[in-house]
Design a protein around this ligand. Structure first.
Ligand code: IVH
Length: 706
């Protein structure tokens, strides 16, 4: 039996951990260091393992680790889950507002209900009912039941009357409290909200699934629904579902000093947050139609910057007595409406498939579509990505396909509806020869891409030149896509170096090219020789080297020789440059044609090195670059994170634990087991001062590759 002291300790640990969890997951303002949380969590776990009678239903340890279920059980909802009516334009929103006002007015005239606020019953013109706007989160609706303040059951929406009991999965969601933060909670409280997967997590899951050969989730909503119905809660816990609460059902006979005060949706949302839930912060009270419209316009754009999906806004009459008077239809509340953003997914017909060849020789199949309106624009082409994706879709010409355009993303074919396939439709297969040069294409086994490997392929040549002249590269004005193709077809250029031998006279022989424009272009090409090394590096078009990586690399490698002679390990050790990028750079410089090109560009006078002042400031240090550091203990002047950032900025790597690969342990006061382990492995231990000295030489050393 645990003594009283231990009982209290377990209770207090639960409370402290719950508060930290709330601050972290619901309020997004961490209040406790991760290591402290972990230590206290472990202490509680150990206590509970020793005395299982101490395990409380709301203990944070109860969130994970339940065993897989055989099946989910159907349960009847205590209160049915309604859905929402939709509006697709402002006219429909106005009609909804007018209907609400009319109904309230009728009620008032017939003597029912209280005096509605914001409603001038003597004025027949349009006045506005105070409404609260919320984001419509694109996930799965969840019903939560709390018995005496403790989470008793979590269920899916199902058909609105019956759902599935998914309590063990719900418990893994950290933004759902296992116990409400409320004195004297009522016997029963129902809370509703949306469980969802952040977009980044959805992408990670799909990536993992593609590696393991599992089918992809079409969107975060499906992924969330699939995860909620996963029978093994341990998998659910790994998936990091999240939840926004949006409905607090207050029993009609409720007598509670705080809860009975709640008279509006805005107060209910505040209360939900205080009870321990994560509530979406982007809610707004609106007092006019213009404010509703502003909210809609703002979020229709801004939603693309949110880490989760929203497909519209929900407008709710704010005042609870008004909501009560308005009531429900068969399926939906009269006091709320969803105003959806224009559809981002629509069905259309695939009329044909064309194949584009990119500057790296990658063949991309593109669906030519019967034009369709998507998120406000007409879409007539959509990418099919690669032949793996084609095979997955089993695409036939004439198929009906669901096409999606999300934000800035290029439209893509999400899926095919094979039921609607015309008879005798032909399956589309990737060509065996490049559509631009006619040479056979290759498909490496470990890649999804099909490639043309003919260096003289016009598509590769003009792709490379288009990239070279583009804004983020050498930014050569006056040379557009059309002109590049003309120049390649006329055999004036077959590599980027050839641009520098173009003359005005030669250019003037091209279609619609006057002397003035030709002179300007020649001058712009000549001026590009002053563009910095980072731009030239980006302009070379090495796979995976974007403008940001090029800048980063140019900062670390003051000239092309140093970069070209470095190992993938040395390049990959730069913070932000992964092994794939590093390998791609080494492959590129290992190629004889590319080496020729670099030499040629050098002879032409392009900047293949940093300007001298730049070199001194950021040349690299062999003591740091490519070396792995671990930082432990309290350092005399630097915070541990500061030291780590400085090491990484100098090209070093920082890891959390000591291994044989560790090169240095930076030791501060009260260093614990890491110091012992480093000593056991004979890893050099250095002080903060020694680290700073190393970083100091960082700016002076120029002989990294000596
Ligand atoms: S209120 C009785 N608020 O949208 C009204 N729903 O199309 C209950 N949804 O089934 C819904 N975000 O799953 C409400 N802020 C929000 C919402 C929201 C997403 C979902 C909910 C509902 C569906 C209706």
């Amino acid at each position: 039996m645990p003594n009283l002291e231990l009982v209290r300790r377990a209770e207090e640990l639960c409370k402290v951990l719950q508060q930290a969890s709330y601050a972290y997951y619901a309020l997004d303002t961490p209040s406790m260091d991760d290591a402290v949380y972990d230590a206290l969590y472990r202490e509680l776990q150990e206590l509970e393992a020793q005395y299982p009678q101490l395990i409380r239903a709301d203990s944070p340890t109860q969130r994970v680790g339940e065993h897989p279920l055989q099946q989910f059980y159907s349960v009847q909802h205590y209160i049915p889950l309604f859905s929402l009516d939709n509006a697709f334009n402002v006219g429909e929103v106005v009609a909804w507002q007018e209907r609400c006002q009319r109904l309230l007015k009728q009620d008032l005239e017939s003597g029912a209900g209280g005096q509605p606020q914001n409603l001038d019953v003597t004025d027949s013109s349009f006045t506005f009912l105070e409404s609260i706007c919320e984001l419509k989160i694109d996930g799965s609706a969840i019903a939560l039941s709390y018995r005496n303040g403790v989470l008793e059951r979590g269920a899916t929406r199902g058909d609105g009357t019956m759902g599935e009991d998914i309590t063990s999965n719900i418990k893994t969601i950290r933004s759902i409290p296992l116990r409400l933060n409320l004195e004297n909670p009522p016997d029963h409280l129902e809370i509703r909200g949306e469980a969802f997967l952040p977009i980044a997590t959805f992408e990670e899951i799909n990536q993992e699934r593609s590696q393991t050969g599992e089918s992809q989730f079409a969107n975060p909503r499906n992924a969330a629904a699939g995860t909620l119905r996963q029978l093994d809660p341990r998998i659910v816990a790994q998936r990091r579902l999240d939840f926004f609460a949006y409905t607090l059902h207050l029993p009609s006979d409720l007598q509670h000093p705080e809860l009975s005060q709640i008279k509006s949706q805005s107060q209910a949302l505040e209360c939900l947050q205080a009870l321990g839930f994560r509530v979406n912060p982007h809610r707004q009270l609106c007092k006019s139609l213009a404010e509703l419209q502003d909210y809609y316009n703002h979020w229709e754009e801004e939603r693309h910057h949110l880490p989760y999906m929203t497909d519209g806004m929900v407008i709710k009459v704010n005042n609870f007595p008004h909501q009560e008077q308005l009531g429900f239809t068969q399926k939906t509340p009269r006091w709320a409406i969803a105003w959806k953003y224009p559809a981002a997914e629509m069905p259309t017909i695939i009329e044909s498939v064309t194949v584009q060849v990119g500057r790296t020789g990658t063949l991309t199949p593109v669906a030519e579509l019967r034009p369709v309106q998507l998120a406000g624009t007409t879409v007539s082409r959509a990418t099919l990505h690669n032949s793996d994706r084609l095979a997955e879709l089993d695409l036939h010409i004439g198929d009906t396909a669901i096409v999606r355009k999300a934000g800035e993303i290029i439209p893509e074919v999400v899926r095919i509806l094979p039921e609607l396939r015309p008879l005798h439709a032909q399956r589309f297969a990737m060509p065996s020869h490049c559509p631009e040069c006619g040479q056979p294409v290759v498909k490496p086994l470990d890649e999804a891409a099909t490639r043309c490997i003919n260096r003289q392929c016009p598509a590769i040549v003009w792709g490379a030149i288009e990239h070279w002249v583009s804004r983020d590269a050498l930014d050569i004005n006056g040379i557009g896509e059309k002109l590049v193709r003309q120049m390649v077809k006329a055999n004036y250029v077959s590599s980027i170096a050839d641009l520098y031998s173009l003359t005005s006279e030669k250019l003037q022989t091209l279609e619609r090219m006057g002397a003035k424009s030709a002179d300007k272009i020649v001058a712009a090409i000549a001026k590009s020789k002053d563009k910095p090394w980072s731009r030239v590096l980006y302009g070379l078009g090495i796979r995976h080297v974007g403008a940001v990586n090029a800048q980063n690399l140019a900062d670390h490698f003051p000239n092309v020789e140093l970069l070209a002679s470095s190992s993938p390990e040395a390049i990959g050790s730069i913070y932000g440059i992964g092994t794939e990028i590093a390998q791609s750079i080494c492959d590129w410089f290992g190629d004889a044609t590319n080496q020729q090109l670099v030499k040629h560009l050098q002879e032409l006078g392009l900047q293949l090195q940093s300007s001298p002042s730049h070199q001194v400031a950021i040349a690299i240090n062999p003591q740091v670059t490519g070396k792995t550091f671990v930082v432990t203990g309290t350092l005399p002047t630097l915070k541990r994170d500061e030291a780590k950032t400085m090491i990484k900025a100098a090209g070093g790597k920082v890891t959390d634990s000591i291994s044989k690969k560790t090169n240095y342990l930076v030791v501060g006061e009260d260093a614990g087991s890491k110091l012992e382990k480093a000593q056991a492995l004979n890893i050099p231990c250095i002080s903060e001062a020694e680290l700073l000295a190393m970083l100091e030489t960082n700016t002076k050393s120029k002989n990294f590759f000596d």
